[in-house]
Design a binder for this molecule. Structure first.
Ligand SMILES: Nc1ncnc2c1ncn2[C@@H]1O[C@H](COP(=O)(O)OP(=O)(O)OP(=O)(O)O)[C@@H](O)[C@H]1O
Ligand SMILES: [Mg+2]
Length: 302
């Protein structure tokens, strides 16, 4: 067999600057304790609630390389472990991201693990229990993970079908941390700090998000995530009118359903246009017309 060259550049995956992360509970302490004990971690939670940002923050805090893999239904065990490639007539072994993280003593973050093919879970099982080894069948090697290595997976319990649920034998290997959207005051702070939007607009965005979250299961599959609020706030800071920002950055990404869209538009108008009327930034006539229309709606009459 030809000589095998392994390619591994962990330094590419170090995070130099502190990623901004607002702790929601004791997740930092629990993650650190899991890491010190060599226990793998499972992050559960809806889209856009801070899981990836948390991982970036923890990698920075623990001074470890962070190697992220977005799992999809074509992802095979070889994609994670590595494969032989032919380059210039030479056969080269190239480590996959999981093997790179194990060798470098880094953090491997498998995002949306349930999307991956079933053979990938076979590969992570011996790494995720107290053996902490990665079997590399193609090179006949059993790679032992150092104490610095950490396996983290994420999973969104809301979206999975029964077929795609995590098996008990997988989930029972992990310390699980549950994530959700932060409470209103904290979410407002995140939106402000991430974007520089003024506090009043951030407060309204969070209020709007809560309105959409209340529509979950009643026409919307999911309410607005913190990510969408950050997007809308960025548009506002760049000069886009708040109602337009809510429409483009929040309502449209949430749904294609025409009725739901107009309901969500109305919610944002009720928050942002009324606010503009009160602050005098909307033309008096338009404002009066909107207020009159609202007052005449059935159920709004005194
Ligand atoms: N606790 C937090 N501290 C700081 N920023 C946050 C926090 N939670 C959410 N954010 C903001 O929300 C955005 C989306 O978060 P993130 O990408 O981490 O979501 P996620 O949970 O990984 O979503 P997905 O499951 O879709 O990958 C971040 O880029 C950041 O702006
Ligand atoms: Mg993510």
């Amino acid at each position: 067999m030809q000589p095998v060259l392994r390619v591994s550049r962990p330094e590419e995956y170090f995070i130099e600057e502190e990623p901004y992360y607002e702790p929601v509970g004791n997740e930092i302490a629990v993650f650190e304790a899991a890491y010190r004990n060599g226990l793998p971690v499972l992050l559960k939670g809806p889209t856009g609630c801070g899981k990836t940002r948390f991982m970036e923050h923890m990698a920075w805090r623990l001074k470890r390389a962070l190697i992220t893999v977005s799992c999809h239904d074509d992802l095979t065990a070889s994609d994670l472990v590595g494969r032989f490639l032919v380059k210039g007539g030479e056969t080269i072994w190239v480590d996959g991201p999981l093997a790179r993280a194990v060798r470098a003593g880094g953090i491997c973050y498998l995002d949306e693990i349930v999307e991956a093919r079933k053979d990938t879970t076979v590969v992570i099982h011996p790494l995720a229990d107290d053996r902490r080894v990665l079997p590399m069948e193609k090179v006949g090697e059993l790679l032992e993970a150092s104490t610095d290595f950490c396996l983290t997976i994420s999973y969104n319990p809301g979206y999975q079908s029964v077929l795609k649920d995590l098996k008990q034998s997988t989930r029972q290997r992990f310390v699980a941390l549950e994530f959700n959207y932060p409470e209103a005051g904290l979410e407002q702070r995140i939106v402000e700090k991430e974007t520089g939007v003024d506090p009043e607009q951030a407060r309204r965005l969070v209020k709007f998000a809560h309105m959409t979250r209340n529509l979950k299961g009643q026409g919307l599959d999911e309410g607005a995530s913190t990510r969408l609020l950050v997007h809308a706030a960025k548009l506002i800071v760049s000069g886009v009118a708040p109602v337009t920002a809510c429409r483009s950055a929040i309502a449209q990404p949430l749904t294609d359903d025409a009725d739901m869209l107009s309901a969500v538009y109305e919610l944002s108008a009720s928050l942002f246009l009324i606010g503009q009327i009160r602050s005098g930034t909307l033309g008096k006539q338009v404002g009066a017309a909107l207020l009159k229309r609202d007052a005449e709606k059935p159920g709004n009459k005194a």
